[in-house]
Write a protein that binds this ligand. Structure first.
Ligand code: UDX
Length: 440
């Protein structure tokens, strides 16, 4: 099939490349010439395992190309995926839909004949129906555009697998909509693997994504709230989570207590979801998610407080603090709303001499926190540290030798913000080891 993918951020670039990988002819569109040039020359503008090889192969095979020209996209195909960003509004917590509106307006202007626009961006419920009304007014005579919604659940770091082999495919269509057959054709290979396909109305499809994010965020904040009780009572939240996880109704995933969730999606998505729920007059979700958000942000503050309290005078000024990690999670160079950098930035503003190392995310970190020292290895970052905060669970940090690390620091205090280190090994090597919600 011939497809366009409008918006080549994390979601769109991955989707375009993976649709070509499924054998389709794909044109990716973006307003940023730098991004389009990078993609056309085989460069993925972010760190995502496995994606670069697929980009290069599909460019070379001629199935994939990228353009800034929306008019070209309008002629190229009659199925268009919409994958632009929906960031948090600069004022308030609702989603900023300006990219959605401008991308659809620009595309529709040049459409001729019958077209399908399939939204994948995370949007407030009601957006697809609004867009349908908008395009109905914009299209010229003899042209029809159907809006359908196919939410995307990919995780950074697993984006290729999540796109090619998703847990499920959800498609929302308006009454009388005809999108189902074409979507089944797009995802034929994936559906042949037995992937569940759920056909819903537009509102349900939009809400599935918001609800999934809200549930995941709630699960993380739930275990962090339990971690607080564990800390106060001498219990161990990691053992507790293991025990909970064996209950198949609960499951162990997303019960990792620690610095909580960050990144470009979960935090802004739960705020937009709460905001939309409030607009609709629903009372349960706004209250629940405000609390989830507050618990989550509290995890970062609690580590900042532990670092500060570790100094006799309760002041970090002049002290050397090492933060291991800058990305919001491992296998990613994404620093958006990264707990690691919030902690590093806050301690630096209080006068600490902060040193950071991250295997992938230091360029981005340097741009937003230039006042911090960055080292090219983790061991360099540890030199003379008075406190070490492990903020992102990269494998190379988990595998650090605590004896070697001990020989480098001035004071052997480590705060394991992701509960990922072998605690006993660090204690045996002479470290004061502090996890989140665990006595050891
Ligand atoms: C998330 C959703 O998983 C995905 O479905 C949605 O489409 C976009 O948002 P992503 O942002 O890539 O994906 O990250 P994810 O792997 O879900 O992790 C989110 C955050 O939660 C990370 O900061 C991670 O460190 C944190 N997390 C995860 C925990 O703190 N504890 C856990 O047990 C799991």
């Amino acid at each position: 099939m011939k497809l366009t993918v409008i918006g080549t951020g994390y979601l769109g670039a991955t989707h375009a490349i993976c649709m070509a990988e499924l054998g389709h002819e794909v044109l990716g569109v973006d307003i940023s010439p730098e991004r389009i040039n990078a993609l056309n020359s085989g460069e993925v503008p972010f760190h995502e395992p496995g994606l670069a090889a697929k980009l290069t192969r599909n460019l070379a095979d001629g199935r994939l190309s990228f353009t800034t020209d929306t008019a070209e996209a309008a002629c190229f195909a009659d199925v268009h995926f919409l994958t632009v960003g929906t960031p948090q509004h600069s004022e308030g917590r609702s989603a900023d839909l300006s990219q959605v509106h401008s991308a659809v307006t620009a595309l529709v202007r040049d459409l001729d004949g019958d077209h399908l626009i399939i939204g994948k961006s995370t949007v407030p419920v009601g957006t697809a129906a609004d867009l349908q009304r908008m395009v109905d007014q914009l299209v010229g005579p003899g042209t029809s555009v159907e809006i359908a919604w196919n939410p995307e659940f990919l995780r950074e770091g697993h984006a290729v697998k999540d796109t090619l082999h998703p847990d499920r495919i959800v498609l929302g269509v308006a009454p009388g909509g005809t999108a189902e057959n074409r979507i089944r054709e797009v995802y034929a290979r994936t559906l042949d693997e037995g992937t569940p396909f759920l056909l819903t109305d537009l509102a349900t499809a939009e809400l599935v994504k918001g609800a999934a994010n809200a549930f995941l965020a709630t699960k993380i904040s739930f275990i962090n709230a339990i971690a607080e009780i564990c800390e106060r009572s001498g219990a161990d939240v990691t053992q507790l989570a293991d025990a909970l996880g064996y209950d198949t109704r609960i499951g162990r995933r997303f019960l990792g207590a620690g610095l909580g969730f960050g990144g470009g999606c979960l935090p802004k998505d739960i705020r937009a979801f709460a905001s939309r729920a409030e607009q609709l007059g629903a009372t349960g979700i706004p209250g629940l998610l405000d609390h989830v958000d507050r618990i989550n942000l509290g995890q970062r503050q609690s580590v900042i407080d532990t670092v500060t309290a570790s100094f006799d005078d309760g002041d970090v000024a002049g002290h050397r603090v090492t933060v291991l990690g800058a990305a919001f999670k491992p296998d990613s160079d994404d620093i958006r709303d990264s707990p690691a950098l919030v902690i590093a930035g806050s301690l630096a503003r209080s006068g600490a001499r902060v040193v950071v190392h991250d295997p992938q995310a230091m360029d981005g970190a340097r741009r937003i926190l230039p006042e911090i020292t960055y080292t090219s290895t983790a061991l360099d970052a540890l030199k003379d540290a008075e406190v070490v905060v492990l903020a992102t669970e990269w494998r190379e940090f988990i595998e650090l030798d605590p004896v070697v690390a001990r020989s480098l620091v001035r004071r052997a205090l480590i705060i394991d913000g992701r509960n990922c280190l072998p605690a006993q090994d660090w204690v045996d090597a002479g470290w004061d080891y502090r996890g989140i919600g665990r006595s050891r």
